[in-house]
Ligand binder design. Structure first.
Ligand code: AHR
Length: 492
């Protein structure tokens, strides 16, 4: 028996442009992400470009990564940028206090920016507020962006980059309510204003400054931050918030089980938690708009993804976890929510790119594999920069979640529909209608699913979970159980 549903896409109802930055990434100095996952060094036997793994560059290029956040995470508020510039063999060895490791500082500012250039992504740097000063931050900006005859610009040239980097996205601290300094929203708002006032761009363009938001469930932080930001009447609140461009929330789908060991009940519990993202977006943006009537501040989710229990007795380092078809559905459900709220969400960065949490890629020495989550990013990439369209779905619920969900967008004559069947075992049969035109033809259908809900890719079987093509058809559409679907049309 298959469940019945219906879908109506309204081609005339435009929600807004899907910011490509919704498909952003996050790379922290944590576990085997930077060292091993991205950076292997110039002398490594693993093929690399100036020390950066070639296989990772090639894989990431395919999914058009728009933006990468760095160096943390918690690491950001303990990072001193000067440790990561100059001749590599002279850089200090420091202790990564959050993730308990030695930081060789081999991967610093220049290496990160080369990585971004190689994969075609915009850099988003998060500066140290918790254990640093506005002065240190301002000097980093001068080093990065100043195109004149200052000592710091000359130092950048000496270190191999005479042209300014023109960094635009600038995070002012990370989780400053926790690992970034244990601040109250009021205290952080004051710190934020002080740092933001000195966050000079050194270019013709203003910096895009991003403030630290709360963990998703914590509405008082959002209220407290904006209230205290507006306290100083000289900057004209609540009508104008000139110091903030983006406000960034973090939301993890935390589970009490291993990535690959879960019951059917836990399969649904995980997906149910993923769906909570929608409510968090609605409520936090509502609070923001109370203070920011003119909608000058963008809403961002700069860390999100699954966070499973870590295996005991593993040789693996911090926060390494496998990635099953269940994680793929979490990614797809979340990206569909972002697409549907294209008028509210400006950027989102999945945590994290390689070997940490909901990674897109896993590596082991010279081997690497693409996780089911990577394949979702590949399937969804044509939503980037497209117009999000209204899509009405009628469906059945199971374990409190609607079984069918999705989103739809249009770029020129390409209509992209992504659909998730959350049922662990049963297919969904659905009617499908496009309202507003009769002039369309279905062009392709790709499916990501697997035989069993615990399926994942291993170094022995790297393609166990990978997308397959189906004969495109729209009459009596039957979506396989536990599947992510990409259906594309040509429309006039
Ligand atoms: O992504 C791992 C950690 O999760 C980050 O360092 C921190 O910001 C968050 O708590």
């Amino acid at each position: 028996m298959s469940y019945k549903s219906s879908i109506i896409v309204d081609i005339k109802k435009n929600i807004g442009t899907i910011s490509p930055n919704i498909y952003g990434h996050f790379t922290e100095h944590l576990g085997r992400l930077v060292y091993d996952g991205i950076w292997v060094g110039l002398d490594s036997d693993i093929p690399n470009i100036n020390g950066i793994r070639k296989d990772i560059i090639e894989a990431l290029k395919v999914i058009n990564p728009p933006i990468v956040r760095w160096p943390g995470g918690c690491f950001a508020d303990d990072y001193h940028w000067r440790d990561g510039i100059g001749p590599r063999d002279e850089r200090p060895r420091t202790v990564n206090i959050h993730w308990n490791s030695i930081e060789t500082n081999e991967f610093g500012t220049h290496e990160f920016l080369e990585f971004c250039k190689l994969i075609g992504a915009e850099p988003y740097i998060c500066c140290n507020v918790g254990s640093s000063t506005p002065r240190e931050m301002r000097e980093w900006l001068e080093y990065l962006n100043y195109d004149g005859n200052s000592d710091l610009a000359k130092l950048r040239a000496k270190n191999g980059h005479p042209e300014p980097f023109n960094i635009h996205y600038w995070g002012i601290g990370n989780e400053n309510w926790g690992c970034g300094g244990m601040m109250s929203p009021k205290y952080y708002a004051y710190q934020y204003k002080k740092f933001a006032a000195f966050a000079h761009s050194f270019t013709d363009q203003e910096l895009y400054k991003i403030a630290c938001g709360p963990p998703a469930y914590h509405y008082p932080w959002t209220r407290g931050f904006f209230r205290n930001l507006c306290e100083n009447k000289i900057i004209g609140c609540p009508w104008r918030l000139p110091l903030v461009n983006g406000f960034a929330l973090h939301y993890y789908v935390e589970t009490e089980r291993l990535a690959t060991e879960f019951s059917e009940k836990q399969w649904y519990e995980t997906l149910q938690k993923a769906r909570k993202m929608e409510g968090y977006i609605k409520w936090h943006t509502r609070i923001m708009r109370y203070f920011d009537k003119k909608r000058t501040v963008d809403f961002i989710i700069d860390e999100w993804g699954t966070w499973h229990k870590v295996e005991e007795n593993t040789e693996e380092k911090w926060l390494y976890q496998q990635n099953t078809i269940n994680d793929a559905l979490v990614a797809a459900i979340t990206l569909d929510i972002f697409n549907k709220h294209a008028d509210k969400v400006s950027m989102a960065n999945i945590a994290q790119t390689v070997n940490v949490l909901q990674a897109l890629i896993l590596t082991k020495d010279s081997k690497m594999l693409l996780t089911p989550t990577y394949h979702v990013y590949d399937l969804y990439s044509s939503h980037q920069g497209a117009e999000s369209l209204k899509m009405k779905i009628k469906t059945t619920k199971k374990n409190k979640i609607p079984l069918l969900s999705g989103s739809c967008s249009r770029k020129e004559d390409v209509l992209t529909v992504t659909l998730v069947n959350s049922h662990a075992k049963k297919p969904i049969k659905t009617k499908f209608k496009i309202k507003g035109t009769k002039d369309y033809i279905i062009q392709s259908w790709k499916i990501l699913n697997s035989e069993e809900i615990h399926d994942h890719n291993t170094f022995e079987q790297p393609n166990r979970v990978a997308p397959v093509k189906r004969e495109p058809q729209i009459e009596n559409l039957v979506l396989p159980p536990a599947s992510v679907n990409l259906i594309q049309f040509k429309v006039k």
